[in-house]
Design a protein around this ligand. Structure first.
Ligand code: ME8
Length: 505
Protein backbone atom coordinates (compact mmCIF):
# COMPACT_ATOMS: atom_id res chain seq x y z
CA UNK A 1 0.00 0.00 0.00
CA UNK A 2 1.47 3.44 -0.88
CA UNK A 3 2.42 5.55 2.14
CA UNK A 4 2.08 9.27 2.69
CA UNK A 5 3.61 11.25 5.56
CA UNK A 6 2.38 14.81 6.03
CA UNK A 7 3.19 17.37 8.72
CA UNK A 8 2.08 20.81 9.87
CA UNK A 9 4.40 23.12 11.80
CA UNK A 10 4.42 22.45 15.50
CA UNK A 11 2.93 25.61 16.96
CA UNK A 12 4.10 27.78 19.84
CA UNK A 13 1.89 27.60 22.90
CA UNK A 14 2.29 31.23 23.99
CA UNK A 15 -1.31 31.67 22.81
CA UNK A 16 -4.23 29.60 21.59
CA UNK A 17 -4.81 28.55 17.98
CA UNK A 18 -6.19 31.25 15.70
CA UNK A 19 -7.64 31.01 12.22
CA UNK A 20 -4.14 31.20 10.65
CA UNK A 21 -3.00 28.08 12.49
CA UNK A 22 -6.32 26.44 11.70
CA UNK A 23 -5.82 27.19 7.99
CA UNK A 24 -2.57 25.20 7.73
CA UNK A 25 -3.98 22.40 9.86
CA UNK A 26 -7.26 22.19 7.89
CA UNK A 27 -5.33 22.16 4.62
CA UNK A 28 -3.11 19.36 5.92
CA UNK A 29 -6.22 17.51 7.09
CA UNK A 30 -7.74 17.85 3.62
CA UNK A 31 -4.61 16.44 2.00
CA UNK A 32 -4.48 13.59 4.54
CA UNK A 33 -8.14 12.74 3.91
CA UNK A 34 -7.60 12.85 0.14
CA UNK A 35 -4.64 10.48 0.32
CA UNK A 36 -6.64 8.09 2.52
CA UNK A 37 -9.46 8.28 0.01
CA UNK A 38 -6.99 7.30 -2.71
CA UNK A 39 -6.07 4.25 -0.65
CA UNK A 40 -2.75 5.43 0.83
CA UNK A 41 -1.64 4.59 4.33
CA UNK A 42 -1.29 8.06 5.89
CA UNK A 43 0.69 9.45 8.79
CA UNK A 44 -0.51 12.97 9.58
CA UNK A 45 1.36 14.73 12.37
CA UNK A 46 0.96 18.04 14.15
CA UNK A 47 2.05 19.19 17.60
CA UNK A 48 3.35 21.92 19.87
CA UNK A 49 6.71 23.68 20.01
CA UNK A 50 7.37 24.01 23.72
CA UNK A 51 11.06 24.69 24.35
CA UNK A 52 10.72 28.30 23.44
CA UNK A 53 11.52 31.48 25.28
CA UNK A 54 8.17 32.84 24.06
CA UNK A 55 6.28 30.17 25.98
CA UNK A 56 8.38 30.84 29.05
CA UNK A 57 7.56 34.53 28.87
CA UNK A 58 3.86 33.89 28.26
CA UNK A 59 3.74 31.68 31.35
CA UNK A 60 5.52 34.36 33.40
CA UNK A 61 3.11 37.00 32.14
CA UNK A 62 0.21 34.90 33.35
CA UNK A 63 1.94 34.65 36.72
CA UNK A 64 2.48 30.92 36.23
CA UNK A 65 5.75 29.87 37.83
CA UNK A 66 5.31 26.18 37.10
CA UNK A 67 6.35 26.04 33.44
CA UNK A 68 5.48 22.37 33.03
CA UNK A 69 1.96 22.98 34.27
CA UNK A 70 1.56 25.86 31.81
CA UNK A 71 2.87 23.80 28.89
CA UNK A 72 0.68 20.80 29.74
CA UNK A 73 -2.37 22.98 29.94
CA UNK A 74 -1.71 24.95 26.75
CA UNK A 75 -0.65 21.95 24.70
CA UNK A 76 -3.84 20.24 25.90
CA UNK A 77 -5.89 23.19 24.68
CA UNK A 78 -4.28 22.97 21.21
CA UNK A 79 -5.00 19.28 21.06
CA UNK A 80 -8.62 19.89 22.09
CA UNK A 81 -9.01 22.57 19.41
CA UNK A 82 -7.93 20.15 16.70
CA UNK A 83 -10.37 17.58 18.07
CA UNK A 84 -13.16 20.15 18.04
CA UNK A 85 -12.30 21.00 14.45
CA UNK A 86 -12.40 17.29 13.57
CA UNK A 87 -8.77 17.18 12.47
CA UNK A 88 -7.69 13.62 11.70
CA UNK A 89 -4.06 13.80 12.83
CA UNK A 90 -2.53 10.43 13.69
CA UNK A 91 -0.01 11.80 16.15
CA UNK A 92 0.65 14.95 18.17
CA UNK A 93 4.26 15.66 19.06
CA UNK A 94 5.22 17.76 22.06
CA UNK A 95 8.84 18.82 22.16
CA UNK A 96 8.95 18.35 25.93
CA UNK A 97 8.19 14.64 25.55
CA UNK A 98 10.84 12.11 26.43
CA UNK A 99 10.60 10.47 22.98
CA UNK A 100 11.42 13.80 21.33
CA UNK A 101 14.41 14.47 23.56
CA UNK A 102 15.74 10.99 22.75
CA UNK A 103 15.39 11.60 19.02
CA UNK A 104 17.01 15.05 19.27
CA UNK A 105 20.00 13.64 21.12
CA UNK A 106 20.44 10.79 18.61
CA UNK A 107 20.28 13.31 15.77
CA UNK A 108 22.62 15.79 17.48
CA UNK A 109 25.17 13.03 17.93
CA UNK A 110 25.23 12.32 14.19
CA UNK A 111 25.71 15.99 13.27
CA UNK A 112 28.39 16.42 15.92
CA UNK A 113 30.30 13.31 14.82
CA UNK A 114 30.23 14.68 11.29
CA UNK A 115 32.25 17.63 12.65
CA UNK A 116 29.52 20.18 11.88
CA UNK A 117 29.29 21.79 15.34
CA UNK A 118 31.84 24.29 16.66
CA UNK A 119 32.11 27.03 19.27
CA UNK A 120 32.22 30.71 18.29
CA UNK A 121 30.90 34.16 19.05
CA UNK A 122 27.65 35.42 17.59
CA UNK A 123 27.30 39.12 17.04
CA UNK A 124 24.22 40.39 15.32
CA UNK A 125 20.48 40.83 15.36
CA UNK A 126 17.92 38.63 17.04
CA UNK A 127 14.14 38.78 16.68
CA UNK A 128 12.37 37.41 19.74
CA UNK A 129 9.15 36.99 17.73
CA UNK A 130 10.79 34.74 15.14
CA UNK A 131 13.18 33.28 17.70
CA UNK A 132 15.71 33.75 14.97
CA UNK A 133 18.91 35.57 14.06
CA UNK A 134 18.25 38.12 11.35
CA UNK A 135 20.40 39.99 8.90
CA UNK A 136 19.75 43.44 7.42
CA UNK A 137 18.20 41.75 4.39
CA UNK A 138 15.41 40.35 6.58
CA UNK A 139 14.36 43.80 7.74
CA UNK A 140 11.92 46.30 6.34
CA UNK A 141 12.62 49.82 7.60
CA UNK A 142 14.78 48.34 10.31
CA UNK A 143 12.03 46.05 11.59
CA UNK A 144 11.29 42.34 11.32
CA UNK A 145 8.79 41.99 8.47
CA UNK A 146 6.67 39.47 10.35
CA UNK A 147 6.69 40.94 13.87
CA UNK A 148 7.03 44.63 12.96
CA UNK A 149 9.57 45.10 15.74
CA UNK A 150 13.20 46.14 15.74
CA UNK A 151 15.44 43.13 16.44
CA UNK A 152 17.80 43.15 19.44
CA UNK A 153 21.58 43.49 18.94
CA UNK A 154 23.28 40.62 20.72
CA UNK A 155 26.80 39.35 21.19
CA UNK A 156 27.24 35.96 22.79
CA UNK A 157 29.34 32.85 22.84
CA UNK A 158 27.41 30.17 20.98
CA UNK A 159 27.80 26.80 19.36
CA UNK A 160 27.43 26.94 15.60
CA UNK A 161 26.21 24.55 12.92
CA UNK A 162 28.23 24.54 9.70
CA UNK A 163 25.32 25.44 7.45
CA UNK A 164 27.74 26.80 4.84
CA UNK A 165 29.07 23.25 4.25
CA UNK A 166 25.77 22.41 2.57
CA UNK A 167 25.31 25.39 0.29
CA UNK A 168 26.30 23.53 -2.88
CA UNK A 169 24.39 20.37 -2.00
CA UNK A 170 21.24 22.36 -1.27
CA UNK A 171 21.37 24.29 -4.52
CA UNK A 172 21.93 21.05 -6.43
CA UNK A 173 19.03 19.38 -4.65
CA UNK A 174 16.68 22.24 -5.46
CA UNK A 175 17.71 22.18 -9.09
CA UNK A 176 17.38 18.41 -9.46
CA UNK A 177 14.07 18.12 -7.57
CA UNK A 178 11.51 20.51 -9.03
CA UNK A 179 8.93 19.46 -6.44
CA UNK A 180 11.16 20.09 -3.44
CA UNK A 181 10.09 23.71 -2.90
CA UNK A 182 6.52 24.58 -3.71
CA UNK A 183 4.89 26.65 -4.94
CA UNK A 184 7.45 27.32 -7.66
CA UNK A 185 7.46 31.08 -7.06
CA UNK A 186 9.01 30.62 -3.59
CA UNK A 187 12.16 29.07 -5.03
CA UNK A 188 13.99 32.29 -5.85
CA UNK A 189 13.80 33.66 -2.30
CA UNK A 190 15.18 30.37 -0.97
CA UNK A 191 18.01 30.34 -3.51
CA UNK A 192 18.89 33.96 -2.65
CA UNK A 193 19.03 33.04 1.00
CA UNK A 194 21.26 30.03 0.32
CA UNK A 195 23.65 32.17 -1.70
CA UNK A 196 24.22 34.54 1.20
CA UNK A 197 23.86 32.32 4.25
CA UNK A 198 26.32 31.96 7.14
CA UNK A 199 26.76 29.25 9.72
CA UNK A 200 24.00 29.44 12.31
CA UNK A 201 24.08 29.49 16.07
CA UNK A 202 22.36 26.43 17.51
CA UNK A 203 22.75 27.06 21.22
CA UNK A 204 21.35 29.69 23.54
CA UNK A 205 23.15 30.67 26.75
CA UNK A 206 21.38 31.05 30.12
CA UNK A 207 18.99 28.23 29.56
CA UNK A 208 15.60 28.87 31.18
CA UNK A 209 13.76 26.29 29.19
CA UNK A 210 14.61 23.78 26.52
CA UNK A 211 16.83 20.77 25.99
CA UNK A 212 20.31 21.14 27.56
CA UNK A 213 23.05 21.42 24.95
CA UNK A 214 24.91 18.07 24.97
CA UNK A 215 28.38 19.67 24.71
CA UNK A 216 27.81 22.35 27.34
CA UNK A 217 25.08 22.12 29.92
CA UNK A 218 25.06 25.86 30.56
CA UNK A 219 23.52 26.24 27.10
CA UNK A 220 20.24 25.06 25.69
CA UNK A 221 19.67 23.72 22.19
CA UNK A 222 18.36 26.55 20.01
CA UNK A 223 14.60 26.09 19.75
CA UNK A 224 14.44 25.82 15.95
CA UNK A 225 17.15 23.14 15.85
CA UNK A 226 15.12 21.15 18.36
CA UNK A 227 11.71 21.89 16.82
CA UNK A 228 12.53 20.82 13.27
CA UNK A 229 13.61 17.43 14.54
CA UNK A 230 10.01 16.76 15.66
CA UNK A 231 9.39 15.50 12.12
CA UNK A 232 11.77 12.63 12.91
CA UNK A 233 10.43 12.12 16.41
CA UNK A 234 7.04 11.19 14.98
CA UNK A 235 8.59 8.41 12.90
CA UNK A 236 10.67 6.99 15.72
CA UNK A 237 14.14 8.13 14.57
CA UNK A 238 16.78 6.91 17.03
CA UNK A 239 14.15 4.81 18.80
CA UNK A 240 12.28 2.61 16.34
CA UNK A 241 14.29 1.76 13.25
CA UNK A 242 11.45 -0.11 11.57
CA UNK A 243 9.03 2.75 11.92
CA UNK A 244 11.62 5.24 10.75
CA UNK A 245 12.37 3.16 7.64
CA UNK A 246 8.68 2.83 6.90
CA UNK A 247 7.84 6.54 7.01
CA UNK A 248 10.91 8.66 6.33
CA UNK A 249 11.32 10.79 4.24
CA UNK A 250 8.20 12.90 4.73
CA UNK A 251 6.11 13.43 1.62
CA UNK A 252 5.21 17.00 2.50
CA UNK A 253 5.97 19.56 5.20
CA UNK A 254 3.26 22.21 5.15
CA UNK A 255 3.62 25.73 6.57
CA UNK A 256 3.25 29.40 5.65
CA UNK A 257 5.94 31.44 3.96
CA UNK A 258 7.10 32.96 7.29
CA UNK A 259 9.02 29.82 8.19
CA UNK A 260 9.99 28.56 4.75
CA UNK A 261 13.73 29.19 5.12
CA UNK A 262 13.86 27.02 8.23
CA UNK A 263 12.17 24.18 6.36
CA UNK A 264 13.74 24.57 2.92
CA UNK A 265 17.30 25.43 3.98
CA UNK A 266 18.20 24.82 7.62
CA UNK A 267 16.26 21.58 8.04
CA UNK A 268 17.53 20.01 4.80
CA UNK A 269 21.10 21.02 5.70
CA UNK A 270 20.69 19.40 9.12
CA UNK A 271 19.43 16.22 7.42
CA UNK A 272 22.32 16.24 4.93
CA UNK A 273 24.73 16.58 7.82
CA UNK A 274 23.13 13.60 9.58
CA UNK A 275 23.19 11.75 6.25
CA UNK A 276 19.42 11.32 6.11
CA UNK A 277 17.12 11.68 3.09
CA UNK A 278 15.36 15.01 2.53
CA UNK A 279 11.58 15.52 2.60
CA UNK A 280 10.04 15.23 -0.85
CA UNK A 281 8.19 18.55 -0.71
CA UNK A 282 8.30 21.66 1.43
CA UNK A 283 5.15 23.63 0.71
CA UNK A 284 4.79 27.22 1.91
CA UNK A 285 1.31 28.66 1.55
CA UNK A 286 0.58 32.37 1.83
CA UNK A 287 -0.26 34.59 4.75
CA UNK A 288 -3.68 36.03 5.15
CA UNK A 289 -4.93 39.18 6.76
CA UNK A 290 -8.26 39.87 8.48
CA UNK A 291 -10.20 42.61 6.72
CA UNK A 292 -6.93 43.75 5.17
CA UNK A 293 -5.04 43.97 8.48
CA UNK A 294 -2.40 41.75 9.98
CA UNK A 295 -3.90 39.53 12.66
CA UNK A 296 -2.68 40.72 16.01
CA UNK A 297 -3.66 40.79 19.63
CA UNK A 298 -3.07 44.53 19.81
CA UNK A 299 -5.47 45.22 16.91
CA UNK A 300 -7.88 42.79 18.56
CA UNK A 301 -8.77 41.02 15.31
CA UNK A 302 -7.50 37.55 16.17
CA UNK A 303 -10.13 35.06 15.03
CA UNK A 304 -10.74 31.97 17.12
CA UNK A 305 -11.73 29.05 14.84
CA UNK A 306 -13.72 27.35 17.63
CA UNK A 307 -15.82 30.47 18.19
CA UNK A 308 -16.38 30.76 14.45
CA UNK A 309 -17.51 27.13 14.33
CA UNK A 310 -20.27 28.04 16.80
CA UNK A 311 -21.78 30.32 14.13
CA UNK A 312 -20.96 28.49 10.91
CA UNK A 313 -20.86 24.75 10.28
CA UNK A 314 -17.28 23.52 10.27
CA UNK A 315 -17.57 22.55 6.62
CA UNK A 316 -18.58 26.08 5.71
CA UNK A 317 -15.35 27.33 7.28
CA UNK A 318 -13.35 24.67 5.43
CA UNK A 319 -15.13 25.58 2.20
CA UNK A 320 -14.43 29.28 2.56
CA UNK A 321 -10.78 28.96 3.58
CA UNK A 322 -9.94 26.42 0.90
CA UNK A 323 -11.86 28.07 -1.91
CA UNK A 324 -11.45 31.77 -1.26
CA UNK A 325 -7.82 31.88 -0.16
CA UNK A 326 -5.99 30.39 -3.12
CA UNK A 327 -3.57 27.88 -1.68
CA UNK A 328 -0.03 29.20 -2.02
CA UNK A 329 -1.11 32.84 -2.38
CA UNK A 330 -1.63 35.53 0.23
CA UNK A 331 -5.25 36.31 0.95
CA UNK A 332 -7.72 38.08 3.14
CA UNK A 333 -10.35 36.71 5.47
CA UNK A 334 -13.47 38.68 6.15
CA UNK A 335 -16.61 37.70 8.00
CA UNK A 336 -18.67 39.63 5.45
CA UNK A 337 -17.31 37.50 2.61
CA UNK A 338 -17.72 34.34 4.62
CA UNK A 339 -21.39 35.12 5.13
CA UNK A 340 -21.88 36.03 1.47
CA UNK A 341 -20.28 32.83 0.23
CA UNK A 342 -22.10 30.78 2.81
CA UNK A 343 -25.49 32.07 1.74
CA UNK A 344 -24.80 32.09 -2.02
CA UNK A 345 -22.73 28.98 -2.57
CA UNK A 346 -23.76 26.70 0.26
CA UNK A 347 -27.30 27.66 1.31
CA UNK A 348 -28.43 28.59 -2.22
CA UNK A 349 -26.54 26.71 -4.93
CA UNK A 350 -25.67 23.53 -3.10
CA UNK A 351 -28.41 23.49 -0.45
CA UNK A 352 -31.15 24.08 -2.99
CA UNK A 353 -29.93 21.34 -5.28
CA UNK A 354 -29.93 18.82 -2.48
CA UNK A 355 -33.15 19.92 -0.87
CA UNK A 356 -35.10 20.34 -4.11
CA UNK A 357 -33.99 16.96 -5.46
CA UNK A 358 -34.93 15.20 -2.24
CA UNK A 359 -38.25 17.05 -1.98
CA UNK A 360 -39.19 16.07 -5.53
CA UNK A 361 -38.20 12.47 -4.85
CA UNK A 362 -40.51 12.50 -1.83
CA UNK A 363 -43.32 14.20 -3.64
CA UNK A 364 -43.21 12.43 -6.98
CA UNK A 365 -41.65 9.06 -6.18
CA UNK A 366 -42.90 8.23 -2.68
CA UNK A 367 -39.50 8.96 -1.15
CA UNK A 368 -37.65 6.16 -2.92
CA UNK A 369 -34.89 6.34 -5.52
CA UNK A 370 -36.83 5.73 -8.75
CA UNK A 371 -36.26 2.98 -11.31
CA UNK A 372 -34.49 4.41 -14.33
CA UNK A 373 -34.12 3.38 -17.93
CA UNK A 374 -30.38 3.96 -18.11
CA UNK A 375 -30.99 6.40 -20.93
CA UNK A 376 -28.96 9.34 -19.76
CA UNK A 377 -29.16 11.34 -22.98
CA UNK A 378 -28.71 14.98 -21.98
CA UNK A 379 -29.32 14.16 -18.33
CA UNK A 380 -26.05 13.32 -16.82
CA UNK A 381 -24.12 16.35 -15.62
CA UNK A 382 -21.17 14.12 -14.77
CA UNK A 383 -20.81 13.03 -18.39
CA UNK A 384 -20.81 16.60 -19.61
CA UNK A 385 -17.75 17.58 -17.61
CA UNK A 386 -14.92 15.22 -16.74
CA UNK A 387 -15.19 16.05 -13.06
CA UNK A 388 -13.20 13.28 -11.48
CA UNK A 389 -10.19 13.79 -13.73
CA UNK A 390 -10.08 17.56 -13.22
CA UNK A 391 -10.74 17.15 -9.52
CA UNK A 392 -7.94 14.63 -8.98
CA UNK A 393 -5.46 16.73 -10.94
CA UNK A 394 -6.33 19.75 -8.80
CA UNK A 395 -6.21 17.84 -5.51
CA UNK A 396 -2.90 16.15 -6.38
CA UNK A 397 -1.47 19.59 -6.99
CA UNK A 398 -2.97 21.20 -3.84
CA UNK A 399 -5.22 23.50 -5.89
CA UNK A 400 -8.15 23.18 -3.51
CA UNK A 401 -9.97 26.16 -5.00
CA UNK A 402 -9.95 24.51 -8.42
CA UNK A 403 -11.08 21.17 -7.00
CA UNK A 404 -14.03 22.87 -5.32
CA UNK A 405 -14.64 24.82 -8.52
CA UNK A 406 -15.12 21.59 -10.49
CA UNK A 407 -17.58 20.32 -7.89
CA UNK A 408 -19.51 23.57 -8.05
CA UNK A 409 -19.64 23.32 -11.82
CA UNK A 410 -21.46 20.06 -11.27
CA UNK A 411 -23.77 21.69 -8.74
CA UNK A 412 -24.60 24.44 -11.21
CA UNK A 413 -25.09 22.04 -14.13
CA UNK A 414 -27.45 20.00 -11.97
CA UNK A 415 -29.44 23.09 -11.00
CA UNK A 416 -29.68 24.02 -14.68
CA UNK A 417 -30.87 20.51 -15.49
CA UNK A 418 -33.76 20.92 -13.06
CA UNK A 419 -34.75 24.19 -14.69
CA UNK A 420 -34.47 22.69 -18.17
CA UNK A 421 -36.30 19.42 -17.53
CA UNK A 422 -38.95 20.84 -15.18
CA UNK A 423 -39.80 17.71 -13.18
CA UNK A 424 -42.99 19.43 -11.94
CA UNK A 425 -44.27 19.21 -15.53
CA UNK A 426 -42.78 15.81 -16.29
CA UNK A 427 -44.79 14.34 -13.43
CA UNK A 428 -47.91 15.12 -15.43
CA UNK A 429 -46.59 14.19 -18.87
CA UNK A 430 -43.72 11.75 -18.90
CA UNK A 431 -43.09 9.60 -15.84
CA UNK A 432 -40.25 7.66 -17.53
CA UNK A 433 -38.34 10.89 -18.20
CA UNK A 434 -39.17 12.11 -14.68
CA UNK A 435 -37.66 8.97 -13.17
CA UNK A 436 -34.56 9.28 -15.32
CA UNK A 437 -34.12 12.94 -14.41
CA UNK A 438 -34.50 12.36 -10.69
CA UNK A 439 -32.30 9.28 -10.70
CA UNK A 440 -29.53 11.19 -12.43
CA UNK A 441 -29.79 14.08 -10.01
CA UNK A 442 -29.69 11.77 -7.00
CA UNK A 443 -26.76 9.79 -8.36
CA UNK A 444 -24.93 13.04 -9.16
CA UNK A 445 -25.45 14.05 -5.52
CA UNK A 446 -23.93 10.76 -4.44
CA UNK A 447 -20.93 11.44 -6.66
CA UNK A 448 -20.69 14.95 -5.20
CA UNK A 449 -20.65 13.47 -1.70
CA UNK A 450 -17.52 11.52 -2.65
CA UNK A 451 -15.85 14.48 -4.30
CA UNK A 452 -16.48 16.51 -1.16
CA UNK A 453 -15.20 13.87 1.25
CA UNK A 454 -11.67 15.28 1.86
CA UNK A 455 -12.84 18.90 1.71
CA UNK A 456 -16.16 18.88 3.58
CA UNK A 457 -16.34 15.48 5.28
CA UNK A 458 -19.33 16.15 7.50
CA UNK A 459 -21.38 17.25 4.50
CA UNK A 460 -20.56 14.01 2.66
CA UNK A 461 -21.90 11.98 5.55
CA UNK A 462 -25.04 14.09 5.74
CA UNK A 463 -25.66 13.57 2.02
CA UNK A 464 -25.28 9.80 2.47
CA UNK A 465 -27.84 9.83 5.28
CA UNK A 466 -30.27 11.90 3.23
CA UNK A 467 -29.84 9.60 0.24
CA UNK A 468 -30.69 6.70 2.54
CA UNK A 469 -27.19 5.21 2.38
CA UNK A 470 -25.53 3.52 5.32
CA UNK A 471 -22.70 5.78 6.54
CA UNK A 472 -20.56 2.93 7.90
CA UNK A 473 -20.94 1.01 4.66
CA UNK A 474 -20.05 4.05 2.56
CA UNK A 475 -16.96 4.68 4.67
CA UNK A 476 -15.83 1.15 3.98
CA UNK A 477 -16.21 1.65 0.21
CA UNK A 478 -13.16 2.14 -1.97
CA UNK A 479 -12.92 5.20 -4.20
CA UNK A 480 -12.86 2.97 -7.33
CA UNK A 481 -16.17 1.43 -6.27
CA UNK A 482 -17.68 4.76 -5.33
CA UNK A 483 -16.72 6.45 -8.59
CA UNK A 484 -18.66 3.99 -10.75
CA UNK A 485 -21.80 5.66 -12.02
CA UNK A 486 -24.95 3.94 -10.74
CA UNK A 487 -23.89 3.22 -7.17
CA UNK A 488 -27.21 4.51 -5.89
CA UNK A 489 -29.72 1.69 -6.05
CA UNK A 490 -33.31 2.16 -7.20
CA UNK A 491 -35.75 1.46 -4.40
CA UNK A 492 -33.47 3.01 -1.75
CA UNK A 493 -35.55 4.94 0.77
CA UNK A 494 -34.35 8.52 1.06
CA UNK A 495 -34.49 10.56 4.24
CA UNK A 496 -34.83 14.25 3.41
CA UNK A 497 -34.13 15.85 6.77
CA UNK A 498 -33.40 19.51 7.43
CA UNK A 499 -31.33 21.70 5.05
CA UNK A 500 -27.63 21.13 5.75
CA UNK A 501 -26.79 24.82 5.32
CA UNK A 502 -29.70 26.95 6.53
CA UNK A 503 -29.50 30.58 5.48
CA UNK A 504 -27.79 32.90 7.94
CA UNK A 505 -29.34 36.36 8.08
O1 ME8 B 1 6.56 29.35 13.67
N1 ME8 B 1 -1.89 33.12 7.59
O2 ME8 B 1 5.03 28.46 15.13
P1 ME8 B 1 3.83 29.49 15.06
C1 ME8 B 1 -1.55 31.86 7.27
N2 ME8 B 1 6.85 26.97 16.24
N3 ME8 B 1 -0.95 30.99 8.13
C2 ME8 B 1 -0.68 31.41 9.37
C3 ME8 B 1 -1.01 32.73 9.78
C4 ME8 B 1 -1.65 33.59 8.83
N4 ME8 B 1 -2.02 34.83 9.13
N5 ME8 B 1 -0.62 32.87 11.06
C5 ME8 B 1 -0.06 31.69 11.45
C6 ME8 B 1 6.25 28.55 14.54
N6 ME8 B 1 -0.10 30.79 10.43
C7 ME8 B 1 7.20 27.46 14.96
C8 ME8 B 1 7.16 26.34 13.94
S1 ME8 B 1 7.92 23.96 12.98
C9 ME8 B 1 9.22 22.96 13.20
C10 ME8 B 1 8.10 25.21 14.18
C11 ME8 B 1 0.38 29.40 10.51
O3 ME8 B 1 2.94 29.12 16.19
C12 ME8 B 1 1.36 29.07 9.40
O4 ME8 B 1 1.39 27.69 9.21
O5 ME8 B 1 4.33 30.88 14.97
C13 ME8 B 1 2.68 29.54 10.00
O6 ME8 B 1 3.81 29.01 9.30
C14 ME8 B 1 2.54 28.98 11.40
O7 ME8 B 1 1.13 29.21 11.70
C15 ME8 B 1 3.42 29.63 12.46
O8 ME8 B 1 3.08 29.10 13.70
Amino acid sequence: MPKFYITTPIYYVNGLPHIGHAYTTLAADTIARFRRLKGDEVLFVTGTDENSQKNFEAAAQKGETDLKKYLDEMSGRWRETWDELDITNDDFVRTTEERHIETVLAFFDKVNKRGDIYKGVYEGLYCDGCEAFLTDKDLIEGKCQFHLKEPRKISEENYFFRLTNYRGALLKHIEENPNFIRPEKRKSEVINYINTLNDISISRPNLKCGIPFPLDKTHGIYVWFDALINYLTAVGYGRDEEMYKKWWPADIHLMAKDILKFHAVIWPAMLLSANLPLPKTVYAHGFFTINGEKMSKSIGNVLDPVELAKIYPLDAIRYFLLREIKFGEDGDFSLVHLKEHYNNDLANDFGNLLHRTLSMTEQYCGGVVPEHSGEAEGLDPLCEIDVWKDYETAMNDYHFDEAIGTIWQLVQESNKLIEKEKPWQLVKENSKRLNDVLYNLLETLRQISWLLLPLMPETSEKIWTQLGLDVAQEKANSLEQAQVWGGLKSGNKISKGEPIFPKII
